[in-house]
Write a protein that binds this ligand. Structure first.
Ligand code: COA
Length: 402
């Protein structure tokens, strides 16, 4: 809620006491109305025994009619690389300022004939290959993006680019930097509730299209990329989504937005002698990204740890039991602050922000893909993932890789 007296933004965070009630019976998840259910307890971590002192509360039982697991990932980046030194030729900044305040050293930017759908399809192909799933076996493609090549959505275009002869359902999810996390939970909902088997979740954004490249307060932060994960149905006892926690608070929109505006002049209409006031409407276009960096920073370091703690509590897992902390890659200082609050040591924190900047919906699957392919994240390991950004929307999920 906005604090009217101070003018400071303070997103409302549900009180955990109400959000995570003590165990009173079987909690009713969102998927309960679709199909026969089995009760399963928060899956134990296969290779680790949580320390006895770490959690005093019992695991929260979950109703899971159908399990889902992450079986493949892929990513793609544009070829054009822009370093901090390159940026300092356009705006009054320096590598020292950017890397100290954000941890970012370089970013990739779509250029020339590159487009976001191609990039997303590249990432998707790699995820399908790793999962050993044919494009024709896909049931659903979720394209999480706020910067599609077409305002009406890019999901069907990616279905076409992948050559899916079976025409699986494909649509977009718009939730800025939280987009991938929401896509992941949506994929699980479709699998658990609707019987889908193979769901491709793509996070892809080209924020460079909406950045004011003369504004040093914002242009230094963002980059373009695509990442994808294949989520597959499995037996409930193999379920790889232990818990999640999601939030939105529209009162923070003013601190991070790319809003629509009517163009000042429209020659075609000005000469049309229209007799109805304000009709036809003038052509509209999107303004550049507007951000209050300090407020967004404060929101992230406050709300993200709370969300992860809530998801961990729902999963019945202590923070000490997770193998990896994987946050939306926005600012290294945000990542460090959240890790410190959760007491997760830096060697268990995934970060590739230095090379790519904030790639919005792509950042989590891009970082996951690099960590998996480099051998860092191994099958069976547990990840606490969290996204946050414009909307405002934020949330977290406790997942198992593979
Ligand atoms: N290079 C050099 N100086 C810069 C600069 C740049 N790129 N950007 C801002 N400055 C200057 C400011 O003008 C200001 O100068 P002043 O003290 O003379 O007025 C000074 O540096 C401090 O600016 P400030 O905005 O207070 O810096 P900050 O420490 O808050 O860092 C951000 C700015 C944007 C890096 C930081 O607020 C941030 O990362 N916020 C979160 C943004 C985010 O993650 N958004 C996406 C979420 S999904």
């Amino acid at each position: 809620m906005a604090n009217a007296s101070s003018g400071l933004f303070s997103p409302s965070v549900p009180n955990l006491r109400f959000k995570v009630p003590p165990f009173l019976g079987i909690p009713i998840p969102r998927f309960d109305r679709f199909s026969p259910k089995v009760v399963c307890f928060a899956a134990p971590i296969p290779h680790k025994t949580p320390p006895a002192s770490a959690s005093s509360s019992p695991s929260q039982p979950r109703l899971v009619s159908q399990g889902c697991k992450l079986v493949g990932c892929g990513s793609a980046i544009p070829s054009l690389q822009i370093s901090n030194d390159d940026l300092s030729k356009f705006v009054d900044t320096s590598d020292e300022w950017i890397s100290t305040r954000t941890g970012i050293r370089s970013r990739r930017v779509l250029s020339g004939k590159d487009n976001l759908s191609n990039l997303a399809a590249d990432a998707a192909r790699k995820a399908l290959e790793m999962a050993n799933v044919d494009p024709d076996d896909l049931d659903l493609i979720l394209m999480c993006t706020s910067t599609p090549d077409d305002l009406f959505g890019s999901g069907p275009q990616i279905q076409k680019e992948l050559g899916c002869k079976t025409n699986p359902l494909a649509y977009d999810i718009t939730a800025a930097c939280s987009g991938f996390l929401l896509g992941l939970i949506s994929a699980a909902s479709h699998i658990r509730g609707s019987g889908f088997k193979n769901v491709l979740v793509i996070g892809a954004d080209a924020i460079s299209r909406y950045v004011d490249w003369t504004d040093r307060g914002t242009c230094i932060l963002f980059g373009d990329a695509a990442g994808a994960v294949l989520v597959q149905a499995c037996d409930s006892d193999e379920d790889g989504l232990f818990s999640f926690d999601l939030h939105s608070d529209g009162s923070g929109l003013r601190h991070l937005n790319v809003s629509i505006k009517q163009n000042d002049s429209n020659d075609a209409l000005d000469s049309s002698n229209g007799s109805v006031l304000d009709f036809p409407p003038r052509l509209s276009s999107y303004s550049c990204l507007q951000m209050n960096g300090k407020e967004v920073f404060r929101f992230a370091v406050r709300c993200v740890p709370q969300s992860i703690e809530c998801a961990l509590e729902k999963a019945g897992l202590p923070a000490s039991s997770i193998d990896w902390l994987l946050l939306h890659q926005a600012n290294q200082r945000i990542i460090d602050a959240v890790a410190t609050r959760l007491e997760v040591p830096s060697e268990r924190v995934i970060s590739n922000l230095a090379n790519y900047g904030n790639t919005s919906a792509a950042s989590i699957p891009l970082a996951l893909d690099e960590a998996v392919r480099s051998g860092k994240v191994k099958a069976g390991q547990t990840i606490a993932a969290a996204g946050f950004g414009a909307g405002l929307t934020w949330g977290s999920a406790i997942i198992r890789w593979g």
